[in-house]
Design a protein around this ligand. Sequence first.
Ligand SMILES: Cc1ncc(COP(=O)(O)O)c(C=O)c1O
Length: 410
Amino acid sequence: MNKPIYFDNAATTRCDPRVVEAMLPYFTEKFGNPGSRNHSFGWVAEDAVETARRQVAALLGADRKEVIFTSGATESNNLAIKGAASMYAKAPAGSSGRGHIITAMHEHKAVLDPCKRLQKEGFEVTYLEPPADGVITAEQVAGALRDDTILVTIMWANNEIGTINDVPGIGALCHERGVIFHTDATQWAGKMPVDVNKDNIDLLSMSGHKIYGPKGVGALYVRRRRPRVRLTAIQEGGGQERGMRSGTLNVPGIVGLGAAAALCAEEMEAERERLGAMRRRLETTIIEQLDEVQVNGHPDKRLPHLTNISFGFVEGESLMMACKDIAMSSGSACTSASLEPSYVLKSLGVGDELAHSSLRLSLGRFNTEEEVDFAAGQIVESVRKLRDLSPLYDMHKEGIDITKIEWAAH
Ligand SMILES: Cc1ncc(COP(=O)(O)O)c(C=O)c1O
């Protein structure tokens, strides 16, 4: 077993060596620009891009013409949200009343920040407050829909707690009401099945580096029929990707994304089983040996490979320091630079104390059962050690309700 052990697969994954192998020729001998239509270097590159497009489309149950390559899920989200808002705006730029958008408070920043930008530009945005289990339902979205709603953007699976929103139901509702539906499927696609038609999705974002592919490449699915979704480009230039995303294509990256998508499709069923069993083993071992532990989010409606656990009377940061052999995350990687408690956990009503004491462990393709047992053992031991040093935990053990203590102010 090699240490440190990597349990932060929701932040990024190791690129699969089979993916790297598929990419390598496109840096050297097959280096053409797919936009070069008049020689074989260009044709070879174009062929490779179209193969990758088919591989990504197959993973999503889409037509290959519906796949637009981008630099990752952040760009896909920006293009989907800003591009749809601008295309379907009900009033010209610069005026108010341009239209209404629905999203949720525990979305990734790559959705929340484009929404905030649109608010400044005359759109109104409703941020749905998730219930304590973190799951957004079609009923909740229905309650927020208005006559001027133009876009609903709800992620498929949450990156911090792994909870699964009712995407097919929300999509069906949006289609009934003639509203465009976007889902950020960065943590879902490649791990769980997608059928954009059955799941009623108009726009879907995904990313290479979350599915054992390279960083800096992603895709946006854009529905072409029933309804045909149109987007205003946010980046202009050579008109690549049907004018929706100009810029010379990142051929090696795209080849890698395609290969990664194909491997995920092939191995998905077995991986879901294997990782689900490993996550349950991890949680059970921890819960059986420690008191004051809480798994955050819905008990069943969540990703098989991800768990978010709060350890009462222990600081998440101290616990991570104590478990140096395990790479994991307190909150999401994007916000862990700040010591603010996670906004995702707070939106679920988890108090500051418990939010500060939370760890996210996300398993992946290269993890083994041996690693799970090692991690569970090290976490249990470290929590016990830290609690031995905690006067608050002692008081709690003595039956004192520490929330009722009036601390002297100095
Ligand atoms: C749910 C979600 N959306 C978007 C992103 C951003 O993806 P990328 O790194 O490909 O821009 C991430 C990655 O952290 C994510 O987890």
